[in-house]
Design a protein around this ligand. Sequence first.
Ligand code: SAM
Length: 286
Amino acid sequence: MQKGILYIVSTPIGNLEDITLRAIRILREVRLIAAEDTRRTRILLNAYQIDTPLTSLHDRNELKKCIHLIARLNEGMDIAYVSDAGTPGISDPGYIFVKQAISESIRVVPVPGPVAAVAALNVSGLPMGSFVFFAFLPSRHGKRRHLLESIKEETKTMVFYESPNRLVAALQDINEILGDRQIAVSRELTKIYEETLRGTVSEISESLRGKKIKGEITLVISGATTNHAGRSSDEIRAKFQEARKDPSSSTRDIIDALSEEMDMPRKEIYRQVLDFIKESSNNEAS
Ligand code: SAM
């Protein structure tokens, strides 16, 4: 008997029009749709007059349920899997189902479409030729800081999912650990209140001060500049000390010159110099 096909179907991340013609056809043609949340998927199916039966497969029953669904696929039934929004498996269930299906030699076919990470990257204004997707930033302060420490020198653009109530704390940790880099905060993409804030981490933090942040959020953070990643603060400090020997140069002039000479953002040199001046005056005072 010929086995059925498992279709992994992407669905909209907000705007119901963001679904492909092929996705609509496949969702109509399969015998069963497994969905992360059947009530949510029903809204989408109703919008396109699709009356294919639905069954639920979410992260709490994924293994048990997929064993049952794989038996159906082995009997020749075609099944589509959809998560709540966007692409299954991307911070959503789906991976176990796909893995099990492959291990049973079932054909797995993608029906591609929206991914919030890619949509946010597209409008970030940050380099998108290559990027790293980190899914959700850890919710616990310590773990989040640990992760950020471990990716300090990543030079590719970085994309994270974040919850609105942790955004302010996350931006503070990002600024302290990664530095005051360029960032884009995309909220409610493809929905009525869609917005993308772009600027340095401190500028965005300032613009959010005192505001109640709601909705779904994706963060895009610029990677460390190549020189920045490879250069230690000791090198900047040593160059600053040397340049300071010339009394005709102001601190501002030195920072400008170092920024150009080292091909590093002025803000980063300024931050290092400021830390150095503070530390030197503390040492003198003690
Ligand atoms: N599978 C989805 C995808 O392909 O993007 C992601 C699901 S994950 C459970 C949900 C998270 O994705 C949200 O908390 C938010 O960080 C991000 N997200 C989803 N929709 C979004 C939107 N419309 N605008 C911005 N971020 C969004």
